[in-house]
Design a binder for this molecule. Structure first.
Ligand code: SF4
Length: 314
């Protein structure tokens, strides 16, 4: 079926079946176009709780995102187009590893990036996203009256937080990283900048330190979006150091700006495991357990606390 026809069918089925579709900025443009809400992980976590007032919520993103939506909406059916769309970064940390760190550093708060499993969240004190991580670490260290926190699983985000706070960030584990963002090296970025000397460089905090330090702006996907939206007329060219989906969105929304991907391979294979065809099939099989993401209630209840705390502190 051609794209426009498929999108129309999806919109009709969505209305008929009481469905909300949430899509992350890293989804392909054709999925972004049919979403009711588009955003980054913090924005979509809030939306799942506050605005997704339908029986079914489809989360077109990776598994930890759908898990977070399920934890926040235990009365709704949360579905993901492809359960194999996982996040390798989340897999760097298990609940057992967190418990071992807590034993080694008693009294320190555990801050986990939302890119973590529900089981890890369930043994955490607070969650954070790339946009609120500095604020959250500052607040939780004050609340606990300590100058160190346990932080995982992204070591680059942890490093970024430690550079921007007076808090000692103990990484759980030392080498957790996003395979997509870590692909961008300083050499790559310098070479893209050399080809585009009059450009502004925006990168994600999941990038390695020397890449972040070479950039003009470091921020979440929502932060980068806002930067381009509010940019001066003189800023016409941007190098985007995050997953290609954001560049696709920016290119549509700001056609007068020139957007360049910092490196051609900044594509998250897992985010791209969802497709319009899969969403269409799901809409005919909404009660099929192949799609439903249900976090066991004992884990969901515990994981809800650090997520709600994050939302309160953000
Ligand atoms: Fe995980 Fe990185 Fe892909 Fe995001 S871009 S889902 S952090 S692997």
């Amino acid at each position: 079926m051609e794209k426009e026809k498929l999108q129309k069918e999806i919109r009709d089925l969505k209305e008929k079946n009481d469905v909300t579709i949430l899509a992350h900025y890293y989804q392909t443009l054709d999925i972004q176009e049919i979403a009711d809400y588009l955003g980054d992980s913090l924005g979509l976590s809030r939306t799942a709780k506050e605005k997704a007032n339908t029986k079914y919520v489809i989360f077109s993103g990776v598994l930890f995102m759908a898990e977070t939506a399920s934890i926040l909406n235990q009365d709704k059916h949360v579905l993901i187009p492809n359960k194999y769309a996982c996040c390798p970064l989340a897999d760097f940390l298990t609940a057992d590893k967190v418990i071992a760190f807590k034993r080694k550093y008693p009294g320190l708060p555990v801050v986990t990036y939302v890119n973590s499993t529900a089981a890890v969240k369930a043994v955490s004190d607070i969650c954070c996203t790339s946009s609120n991580s500095i604020n959250i670490v500052n607040k939780i260290s004050k609340e606990f009256g300590v100058d160190s926190v346990l932080f995982g699983p992204d070591s680059n985000l942890g490093d970024y937080v430690s550079q921007n706070t007076d808090v000692n960030v103990i990484k759980m584990p030392k080498n957790g990283h996003c395979v997509t963002h870590s692909r961008l090296s300083l050499k790559d970025l310098k070479s893209t900048k050399k080809e585009n000397p009059d450009s502004v460089i925006l990168v994600h905090p999941e990038c390695v330190r020397d890449v972040r330090e070479f950039a003009d702006y470091v921020g979440s996907t929502a932060g980068m979006y806002k930067y381009v939206k509010n940019s001066k007329d003189s800023e016409t060219k941007f190098i985007i150091g995050t997953e290609k989906g954001l560049l696709d969105r920016l290119s549509v929304d700001f056609p007068d700006k020139e957007l360049i991907l910092a490196k051609k391979s900044l594509i998250c294979k897992n985010m791209k495991k969802n497709s319009l065809e899969r969403i269409y099939d799901m809409l005919y099989n909404l009660d099929d357990e192949e799609y439903e993401v249900k976090v066991p209630s004992d884990i969901a209840e515990k994981a809800l606390l650090p997520i709600e705390k994050m939302l309160k502190y953000s």
